[in-house]
Structure formats: structure tokens, C-alpha cells
Ligand binder design. Structure first.
Ligand SMILES: *Cc1c(COP(=O)(O)O)cnc(C)c1O
Length: 349
């Protein structure tokens, strides 16, 4: 049997498993659905025709998405999580040996699918302040077929403004794929620009602010021409009926969504303030924490692994990177547990 090296050299995605009493590692919403919403969903589940294939273009959920975000449904493609959309874009809109530009740090899945598609990738390093080096990015895009990055960024928690995105769009001709997975928590979205540019694709997800990571539903927003290509390239029944129904129901609850989003922003600011205080008091151990545009904070520290392991012993999961820790907002109680554990870990014996 002859299997390609691009397959055999793959390292499976390795999220934290095991039992933790506090999970602040995956940037999920800490709000589960209210009981009344769950009951509404259970009712709809009973009405569902389980023997029928799902709606191929997921029209119901796309209409609900379009209404919530103020875009036209003709500009929206639904995917099995934005992960699937990233995979479709890299495998169908790009081809082996052609160049994709990404930045570092950024979401690991961009380079994962690039390796599977055997793309040529140029990774543009971020500046010392962890912001995108826009001049270097524009230069790298000149001979590329696409550029893809998250805004605001996972894991840095930082973002670039619409003015910066505009500068990028006006200076490159390749496909520009902006992953706005966390843009509900900030206000620099370019969703409304998709009809002004022939080469802009914006990704959104139900997994973060919408609070439906369990459901696997993501979206690409682009002009109707690109949307037609994406709809043609995806597999016909990529989003199952149950996920479509749940996401449509939840995306129609605008005041619930806005309330949860606003609460998460407040909790993230509390977390940032408390961690800024730790950074001030333990400068030898913690370098910097950045003012977040997301539902998580990024702490730069040379002791990421040690702190991560000590927190894990306390049953608290955060995400560890070689040069820092990413910690997402939780309930008041979860954040209190995290902060007192951090204090104990950092304070001198
Ligand atoms: C969490 C996340 C997503 C969401 O992926 P889904 O497949 O929709 O759950 C996409 N992009 C980034 C940068 C993320 O952090």
C-alpha cells in the first residue's frame, strides 16, 4: 500500500481532553442555551423528517444569518463549521504548488489544509507587538493566489481596523480570506464590503459568540459570483438538518444573542483587568497581556508550559503556546477560580 507522505506525516488535531472543572481553553461561549430555547428545539426536533436529506443550500439558516448580520442571503454559503469552509477554499480555490500567504501567530487550520493541498505557503511573521506587518503582508501577496488570516486574531486577541483591511484590499489582487470568527466581540467587520470587492471572502462561525460549538455551523460571505463557486464546490448535504434547525432557531433570537455577547465582552474585560494586575505584580514571570478584541486574552510569558501544567493540576484548562497562554472568558466563578489559582502559582514560596 502506497500512502502519500502529506497524509502519513499528519499530526491529528489535539485538543485538551480529560476532565477539568474549569474549561477556558477552547474560546467557546460560557453560556449554554436557556432551557426554554432547548425545549423549543426539542419540539422542532420532533417535527423533523429524519428520513429526508437536509436542505442542500441550508436556506433557512442562511436567511436567519443574513437577517442577523444585515447581509444578503445571496452572498452566504453555509458550512459544517467554518473549518469545512476553510478546507473547501484551500482545496478548490487553490491548487498544488500555488502560493497561499498566512501570518504567524494565527489559527493552525490554515496551514493544516495548505499542507494537504500541497500549497506553497509563505508565513509572514507578526511584529514584536504581535500586530500584522501590513507592508510585509502586501509584499508577500503580490505573487500569491490567496491570503488568509483571522481578524481579530486567534491566538493573539488583537485585530486590524477596517482602514488596514481596506489598504490590503486596494493593494493586492489575490483572493483575500478574512476569518472573522471573533468579530462579534469587536466592531471592525467588513461583511458589508463583500459586494464592493471581487476577491473578498469573510468567514463567520456559530461556535464562538453564538454559543453553538456543538452544532458545527460556519459561513462564508462573499459576492454572488464567489458564492456560486463555493456552493458548487461544497458537498451537497454538508450541513445536517438538525444543525440547520438549531442554528436557524438560535440566530433568530437577536436579543438573546446580543445579551450573551455583551456579557462575554464585560467578562473578558474583567479578566484582562485582573491579569494586567498580575502582570504588574509579577513582571519577572509574566511579560505582557494584550487589550483583547475577542472573548479571550493572550499572556506573553516564558513560563507558559509551567503555568499551564500547574493550572491543569488544579483542574483548570487553558491553551498553551510556546511563548504564551490563551485564556478565554468564563463565568464570574470560573474566573475567580482561575485568578486565585494563578496567584498561588505565581507568588513566591
Ligand atoms: C474557533 C475558530 C473558528 C471556528 O471554527 P468552526 O469550525 O466554525 O468551529 C474559525 N476560525 C478561527 C480563527 C477560530 O478561532
Amino acid at each position: 500500500m502506497n500512502l502519500p507522505e502529506k497524509l502519513t506525516s499528519l499530526k491529528p488535531y489535539d485538543p485538551i481532553t480529560g476532565s477539568y472543572s474549569v474549561r477556558l481553553d477552547a474560546n467557546e461561549s460560557y453560556f449554554d442555551l436557556p432551557t426554554v430555547m432547548k425545549a423549543k428545539i426539542a419540539d422542532k426536533l420532533e417535527q423533523l423528517d429524519f428520513n429526508r436529506y437536509p436542505a442542500p443550500l441550508a436556506d433557512g439558516v442562511i436567511n436567519a444569518f443574513a437577517k442577523y448580520y444585515g447581509v444578503s442571503p445571496d452572498c452566504v454559503t453555509a458550512g459544517n463549521g467554518s473549518d469545512e469552509i476553510i478546507s473547501i477554499l484551500e482545496t478548490c480555490f487553490l491548487q498544488k504548488g500555488r502560493k497561499l500567504v498566512t501570518v504567524s501567530h494565527d489559527f493552525s487550520m490554515y496551514n493544516f489544509y495548505a499542507a494537504l493541498t500541497e500549497l506553497e505557503t509563505e508565513v509572514v511573521p507578526k511584529k514584536d507587538n504581535l500586530q500584522i506587518d501590513m507592508d510585509a503582508l502586501i509584499a508577500a501577496c503580490q505573487d500569491a493566489d490567496a491570503v488568509m488570516f483571522s481578524n481579530p486574531c486567534n491566538p493573539t486577541s488583537l485585530g486590524i481596523t477596517r482602514a488596514d483591511v481596506k489598504r490590503l484590499l486596494e493593494n493586492v489582487s489575490c483572493l483575500v480570506i478574512l476569518d472573522e470568527a471573533y468579530m462579534d466581540f469587536w466592531d471592525e467587520s467588513v461583511l458589508s464590503w463583500v459586494n464592493d470587492y471581487e476577491n473578498l471572502i469573510v468567514l463567520r462561525t456559530c461556535s464562538k459568540a453564538i454559543g453553538l460549538a456543538a452544532v458545527r455551523m460556519g459561513f462564508a460571505v462573499a459576492n454572488p459570483k464567489l458564492t456560486g463557486l463555493m456552493r458548487a464546490a461544497k458537498s451537497p448535504y454538508n450541513c445536517d438538518s438538525i444543525s440547520q434547525m438549531i442554528a436557524e432557531t438560535v440566530l433568530s433570537e437577536h436579543s438573546l444573542l446580543e445579551h450573551c455577547r455583551d456579557e462575554i465582552i464585560v467578562q473578558t474585560q474583567r479578566l484582562y483587568t485582573a491579569i494586567s494586575d498580575l502582570v504588574r505584580r509579577y513582571p519577572a514571570l509574566l511579560d505582557t497581556v494584550y487589550a483583547p478584541r475577542t472573548n479571550f486574552v493572550f499572556i506573553k510569558t516564558a513560563y507558559a508550559k509551567e503555568i499551564y501544567e500547574a493550572l491543569a493540576k488544579e483542574g483548570i484548562a487553558v491553551r498553551c503556546f510556546p511563548d504564551g497562554l490563551r485564556i478565554c472568558a468564563g463565568t464570574r466563578r470560573e474566573q475567580e477560580l482561575l485568578l486565585s489559582a494563578l496567584e498561588n502559582i505565581l507568588k513566591p514560596d
